[in-house]
Design a protein around this ligand. Sequence first.
Ligand code: FMN
Length: 335
Amino acid sequence: MSVDLSTRYMGLELAHPVVPSASPLTGDIDHIHALVDAGAPALVLPSLFEEQIEHDEMAVHFSLELGADGFGEAPEGFFPQLDEYNTGPEDYLELIRRAKAEVTVPVIASLNGVSTGGWTLYAQILADQGIDGLELNIYKIAADMRQTSAEVEKSYLDLVELIRKSVDVPLAVKIGPYFSSTADMARRFAEAGADALVMFNRFYQPDIDLDTLGVKPNLVLSDPVELRLVLRWLAVLYGRVGCSMAATSGIHSGEDAVKALLAGATVTMMASALLRHGASRLGEVRDGLASWLEERGYESVSQARGSLSYSSVPDPGVFERTSYMKTLNSYVPSW
Ligand SMILES: Cc1cc2nc3c(=O)[nH]c(=O)nc-3n(C[C@H](O)[C@H](O)[C@H](O)COP(=O)(O)O)c2cc1C
């Protein structure tokens, strides 16, 4: 391929912009090797949860949420043993040590803290392991009726600022899309010291089991349609925030990666499609992206990046409103 796919993400030089995001695959050394063999230019490890450190066993365990998805072509096939996923701090540090020793691509650790002290202490411990970057997975449901949106936002920003001061590694912040003003928050995250925004965290929504009358934990792998929300915010933010942007949620094919890139993503990240189809999917997505660019005469990913963003639109809000009206009008009823 003659297209230059090289990408600078959160200060790291990557061979191309298709990166495996945090999932059970990156939590297992054999799958890490498979991903790197398939061409992964970097790895984001699963999150170390503060609860794991406090109680040794995770209180909030992703694996509890598994079960409902059908995994199409690979029933269980590409899932490493989930009882070995997010197991404890010692295992996590060992995973970092092995990944750093055995593969040459940048290793980005991920942390999901609770207390301020926990976040900073474990950020330092992870940074001391020689990681190449740290992703902060801030997963909060603001359910306290007495906490205002301004207070919630401040707590996010204070945290990023604090961790920025505590560690000297490139810092990414994985956020959700549900801020009152996502654009303002994105700008302020970058100002607080984030080198990258990872957009967006999926908030898992448990179901109700009508037989047991209990809450049914339930993790459904993503669908490419989820990428659309990400595309919108990439397009709004491209050229306006002072940090890299990673697209996560719904990248399943080369076309999905192209869309994210055109909207403004610095890198695209994959979990569900790799879990469904195996590590080789990563190489297919990278090649699909490269072919698309080559066929249209692009010389590099940088040349195409952000070309469908709103960077030349003076007021994305007005543009969005017009598009909204057009979308509603485009529906043709079948009656
Ligand atoms: C089984 C599973 C485990 C995951 N574990 C983590 C995790 O530990 N930390 C994290 O930040 N994201 C985690 N994620 C979220 C993914 O990294 C990713 O952001 C999300 O699945 C959306 O991307 P996708 O559409 O490619 O799946 C997990 C996702 C899955 C499916």
